[in-house]
Design a protein around this ligand. Structure first.
Ligand code: UD1
Length: 339
């Protein structure tokens, strides 16, 4: 299949391009490089022998999208392109709604004009908000996300549901990721956040490689076994494979299909710190700090639906996530080169 991958030079997008090529598909990438480097494309080529066609631009650029759809016989679209920093979204809500919601609407409109109706959307577990029971399952009503970033993901899900109701020929997958971490096992591709990392794993990796002094663990008084928050960490390669499984399942089968992409159990912040220490061969400096606003104590996925309907389940564990992140970070301490 020829697949347009928006945000294809980003963290999850680039790993998905590799897995798409390995599965025999042809990715075409659009990315505005606002949070990624074009040099990732050479890494994709080195790993797969294929360099995806690349368009540097924004998904809100309807003209550019028209060009891409006329240049390539696209079968399906996987839509990653979005802003994703939870904290930043609180101070810049309009930028988040414009990039994420408006970007998705312009993209879907361009697809409609081009007659492409297979769409895989990069959603998030944040759409569940806080639920009274764990694990989170797709049949639960969505909740109240804790940020404009989360609201944008929920609103896009709702727009896509309404679109499919009005135009039943659309096939749409909503993939709700839990906590994607890890890197390509080769160590040549990984997460490369600009500035101070907001998320746990990239922060730990930068402490391990000496770019930061110590990890602040946000809260050690949560009602969890060791007092730190528990999350469902999932290897980025497993996340990428979830998209390929979803592509195979939904393409040409009209409907809206919602799947959790998670492992089905939670690890605490201290579990991750200790596993990373094992992977890099040294204990990591950390200290306890106040809770971070908006953090939930614990949640993880019920991944049964994806296992039954997509025949997809995670294959990689926390040790793999840490070992691969460390291989990437130690080989590329400053992330990707500029060119
Ligand atoms: C957040 C988003 C989620 C997004 C994910 C990307 C929400 C509620 N969550 O998840 O939508 O998909 O990022 O991976 O919108 N921690 C520390 N110190 C740090 C950083 C994090 O202790 O320096 C702790 C946090 O308090 C949390 C855990 O590590 O308990 C995981 O945090 P993080 O990696 O930021 O992910 P989430 O907040 O779970």
């Amino acid at each position: 299949m020829r697949v347009l991958v928006t945000g294809g030079t980003g963290y999850i997008g680039s790993h998905t391009c590799v897995r798409l090529i390995e599965a025999g598909h042809t990715p075409v990438v659009i990315d505005n490089l606002s949070n990624s480097k074009v040099s990732v494309l050479a890494r994709i080529e080195k790993l797969t022998g294929h360099k995806p066609a690349f368009y540097c631009g924004d998904v809100r650029d309807a003209k550019l999208l028209e060009t891409i759809f006329s240049d390539h016989p696209i079968d399906s679209v996987i839509h990653f392109a979005a802003l994703k920093a939870v904290g930043e979204s609180v101070s810049k809500p309009l930028e988040y709604y414009d990039n994420n919601i408006n970007g998705s609407l312009v993209l879907v409109d361009a697809m409609r004009r081009a007659g492409v109706t297979n769409f895989i959307f990069s959603s998030s577990a944040t759409v569940y908000g806080e639920q009274p029971v764990i694990p989170y399952v797709e049949t639960m009503p969505t909740g109240k996300p804790s940020s404009p970033y989360g609201n944008s993901k929920l609103m896009i899900e709702q727009c896509l549901q309404d679109l499919q109701k009005a135009q039943p020929e659309w096939s749409i997958a909503l993939l709700r990721y839990f906590n994607p971490v890890g890197a390509h096992p080769s160590g040549s591709m990984g997460e490369d956040p600009q500035g101070i990392p907001n998320n746990l794993m990239p922060f730990i990796a930068q402490v391990a490689v000496g770019r930061r002094d110590s990890l602040s663990i946000f809260g050690n008084d949560y009602p969890t076994p060791d007092g730190t928050c528990q999350r469902d960490y999932i290897h980025v390669i497993d996340v990428a494979d979830g998209h390929i499984a979803a592509l195979d399942k939904v393409t040409g089968r009209p409907g809206v299909y919602t799947y959790n992409l998670g492992a089905g159990f939670g690890y605490s912040v201290l579990d991750v710190v200790n596993a990373f220490g094992q992977a890099c061969g040294k204990p990591l400096p950390y200290h306890f700090a106040p809770r971070r606003e908006g953090d939930l104590a614990r949640f993880w996925a019920d991944p049964t639906k994806a296992a039954v309907e997509l025949n997809w389940r995670v294959k990689l564990n926390l040790d793999d996530m840490c070992a691969d992140t460390w291989r990437w970070q130690s080989a590329n301490p400053q992330g990707y080169p500029d060119e």
